[in-house]
Design a protein around this ligand. Structure first.
Ligand code: NI
Length: 167
């Protein structure tokens, strides 16, 4: 079992763009497993490879209460979206901060699983929001970057304070 180190905002590596996966090999399967283990251990409801400094288009999610509904999306692509969500979100890279940012209420996503099988997923509510949040990570975007500069400055100050306290 491998628990990976999660980068913390405002680490510059969170702004890298992830490359599409072209080879579905054992290394990719291990990455998907490690991401899931890291997400469950945190605990969190979603994690993108970007957050563990691996810049490949892989995300894992589990929004179920029983933590038994793991979704792994490789090279995810939103093909349809509708509505407006009003769910507050948080992020393992931005601990303790919860904010609402503009998201669709429903999405249809095309992706591959870790074995390379293509599939389409229809999601709504929390799962839809999480998918959009994690896909943003793959593009180098952290959810707080939707907020005003003033709010972002305050959030960075709060996180710096948290770090000093835990040091
Ligand atoms: Ni996040």
């Amino acid at each position: 079992m491998t628990i990976l180190n999660i980068l913390r905002y405002p680490d510059a590596r969170l702004h890298k763009t992830a490359a599409p996966v072209t080879v579905f090999d054992d290394q990719l399967k291990k990455l998907a497993r490690d991401l899931a283990e890291t997400m469950y251990a945190a605990p969190g409801v979603g994690l993108a490879a970007t957050q563990v400094d691996v810049h490949k288009q892989v995300i894992v999610l589990d929004v179920s209460e029983r933590r038994d509904a793991l979704v792994t999306l490789v090279n995810p692509e939103i093909v349809e979206s509708s509505g407006a969500s009003d769910i507050e979100e948080g992020c393992l890279s931005v601990p303790g901060i919860y904010e609402m940012v503009p998201r669709a209420e429903r999405v249809r996503v095309r992706a591959h699983d870790a074995n390379g099988n293509a599939f389409t997923l229809e999601a709504q509510g929390l799962l839809a929001v999480c998918i959009q949040h994690e896909m943003d990570h793959l593009q180098g975007k952290v959810f707080v970057e939707y907020l005003s500069q003033l709010k972002q400055t305050r959030i960075r100050a709060r996180l710096a304070k948290q770090l000093r306290k835990s040091a």
